[in-house]
Design a protein around this ligand. Sequence first.
Ligand code: FES
Length: 96
Amino acid sequence: MITITFVTNDMKSVTAPENSNLLRISLREKGGIPFKCGAGLCGTCKCHFDAGLEHADAIKPKERRHLTDADFANGYRMACQTFVNGDVSISWKTQA
Ligand code: FES
């Protein structure tokens, strides 16, 4: 099992099986990552790996529609498109 910490949600910490989809974990555990489509279209689920970026799987073509190379280099991914295989800490922008 791996540990996912939802930094923006008061550091809520949950466990999940390896190679879990990040948004799916968030939905199941009420992690709070924002989303609309869940299908790689809207870009709402943009989130930041505060730790554990090395545990994210390969960048998907759909992510490149919403994120730049600089975003990826700075630790941003789209939660609905990203699977994690180790401990990660995730933050995101809250809507005003
Ligand atoms: S929730 Fe729409 S792109 Fe991820």
